[in-house]
Design a protein around this ligand. Structure first.
Ligand code: CIZ
Ligand code: SF4
Length: 303
């Protein structure tokens, strides 16, 4: 089947199944275009909780579908490819967090949503890249704080707030591939362009950026900024919503190697299969879902 035929088949199955399709802005363009909503993991999970649809096809990575399942008990959450995991989320196991907590019994534990439900279940509060600064700022300033799994986002939050955080040594392999010298090369290629970067990038690269924000923050910044030309240091899927939201502006990826292979496991063909078979289902065991809901809810109350 051609891409157009597959997209038509997805639309037909979606109607027949009364499903809603959510896609992360790091998905490939054709997957994003087949979705009802495109956004970040938190925005999409909020939509998942609100929708009347009983079936949610979540085109993203596993932890995102898990968060949607936790916030939408009773709904069926499908993911096109069950192997679409996030290496950063896999860099901390529940046992390791348990040990870290035991060594720091008085510390608060802030967990980035890029983590498994079982790790969230052992945490005090969650955060996303859009609200990490506000979440950490909500904790008492003198309180010892463990931040996981992303050392880069943690270091960024610490520097923004002038606070010390204990950082887990995790990172996103895709964002880590972007190096500070690439910023100099991109600026030389595109003089005058504004450099916007995601806080999962290395601190030395963030130091060279004009603006640092989450995916939603970058899209909004570029849409409203009067400049016409931008260099983007984030996963390259974001170029698609950037182009759609800011027609007529020019976006250059910092590098084409920032392409997350896990995000790209999902495809139109696998979306068809998922809607035909109602599988693979992403389900979180009820005891873990219940424990993980508390730190997620605490985060949602802040922002
Ligand atoms: O939370 C998300 O969706 C991720 C992984 C990135 C972002 O900045 O939105
Ligand atoms: Fe995980 Fe990085 Fe891929 Fe996002 S881009 S899913 S953080 S590996």
């Amino acid at each position: 089947m051609s891409g157009t035929d597959l997209a038509a088949r997805v639309a037909e199955l979606k109607r027949r199944r009364h499903a809603v399709i959510l896609a992360h802005s790091y998905q490939s363009p054709e997957v994003q275009d087949a979705a009802d909503y495109v956004g970040d993991s938190l925005g999409l999970s909020r939509l998942a909780a609100k929708t009347d649809a009983e079936i949610i096809l979540f085109c993203g990575v596993h932890f995102m579908a898990e968060t949607a399942a936790i916030l939408s008990p009773g709904k069926t959450v499908l993911i096109p490819d069950a192997n679409a995991g996030c290496p950063m989320a896999n860099m901390v196991a529940p046992r390791q967090l348990g040990e870290w907590r035991a060594k720091n019994p008085d510390a608060a534990v802030v967990t980035y949503v890029n983590s498994s439900a079982a790790v969230k279940a052992l945490s005090d509060i969650c955060c996303t890249s859009a609200n990490a600064v506000e979440v950490v700022a909500s904790l008492p300033a003198g309180r010892r704080t463990l931040f996981l799994p992303d050392r880069n986002l943690g270091a960024y939050v610490a520097s923004r707030l002038g606070r010390e955080l204990e950082l887990w040594d995790g990172f996103c392999p895709t964002h880590e591939r972007m190096l500070p010298e690439m910023a100099d090369a991109a600026r030389a290629r595109h003089p005058g362009a504004i450099l916007a970067a995601h806080p999962e990038c290395r601190p030395a690269l963030l130091a060279k950026a004009d603006f640092v924000a989450s995916t939603t923050g970058i899209v909004e910044f570029c849409r409203t900024n009067p400049a016409r030309e931008f260099i983007i240091a984030s996963e390259i899927g974001i170029l698609h919503p950037l182009g759609k939201n800011s027609p007529g502006k020019l976006f250059h990826p910092l590098t084409s190697v920032a392409d997350c292979p896990n995000m790209k496991l999902n495809s139109l063909e696998k979306m068809v299969w998922a809607l035909e078979d109602l599988a693979p289902v992403v389900a979180v065991p009820p005891d873990i879902a219940q424990k993980a809901l508390a730190p997620i809810t605490r985060m949602l109350e802040i922002r």
